[in-house]
Design a protein around this ligand. Structure first.
Ligand code: GLP
Length: 243
């Protein structure tokens, strides 16, 4: 259990551990421990446990059965749309092995555009991580990410060793829980095509994401250019009013 930082609300620390338990340990419809057991495990009040569970229910990760407890929900069938997933989650959910090849990792002053997206003053230091992301060893996208340096600097491992950036951020108690995202059709520029080993002007899907944590802080600006011949966005849509 990574030590929470002093300013992280207790329910957030409980939430981030429960989310990992729900994602990596339990299976759909497994029961979560009782509120009393969770209070003992985390050494917090019932109110704190209930706040963490409420967030899990709202995120659709668990469901409550009156008088029986809280259970793990079916994973949403969408691969990338309503669920805020990491590249790692997304590629694994497609039955492929995620990977990354480091292109560059620099700590630079935020430009007006980056500062504007992250709600920072121009010039504040941000970490700019550029990687080729792969699925089953073949290139899938070129990912450029900017994150406020002070949020993760202490926990930043050797960039060549990073697999999931969101796992690194979780280690710093930074959990992206919502995001503004746009998807645009385009073609790769020559540099991108060379890095991804695809013909020049190959079609791509540009995904621009600003991710926020549970406290509403902008924690990540991501620009990912996906190969349109290998990637698609699948959406589960429901009629209004249906469950
Ligand atoms: C998605 C987003 C990126 C984000 C990445 C994190 O692909 N488009 O903005 O940085 O997920 O994925 P991971 O935790 O596997 O590095």
């Amino acid at each position: 259990m990574s030590a929470p930082t002093s300013h992280t609300p207790k329910w957030e620390t409980v939430l981030s551990h429960l989310e990992i338990e729900v994602r990596d340990v339990l299976k759909p419809h497994d029961p979560l421990p009782s509120e009393r057991d969770l209070m003992v495990t985390f050494g917090v009040s019932r109110m704190t446990i209930r706040e963490a569970l409420r967030n899990l229910v709202e995120a659709g990760a668990v469901y409550r059965v009156q008088g029986s407890g809280t259970f793990v929900a079916e994973p949403s069938r969408v691969s990338k749309s309503l669920a805020l997933t990491s590249f790692t989650d997304d590629i694994r959910s497609r039955g492929m092995r995620p990977g990354a090849t480091l292109v560059s990792c620099t700590t630079v002053p935020a430009t007006p555009q980056v500062a504007g997206d992250l709600g920072l003053r121009v010039g504040v230091m941000v970490i700019n991580l550029v990687r080729v992301r792969t699925a089953d060893e073949a290139s899938m996208c070129l990912e450029r990410v900017w994150i406020p340096a002070d949020l993760v600097a202490a926990q930043m491992p050797d960039p060549k060793e990073i697999e999931s950036l969101y796992d690194v951020m979780a280690g710093a108690n930074i959990l992206p829980t919502s995001a503004e995202q746009t998807i645009t059709a385009d073609v790769f520029d020559d540099n991108e095509a060379a890095l991804l080993h695809v013909p020049e002007k190959s079609p791509c899907l540009r995904v621009a994401r600003i991710a926020y944590d549970t406290r509403g802080r902008a924690v990540e600006r991501g620009h990912s250019a996906y190969r349109a011949d290998r990637y698609d966005f699948r959406v589960t849509i429901r009629r209004p009013g249906s469950l």
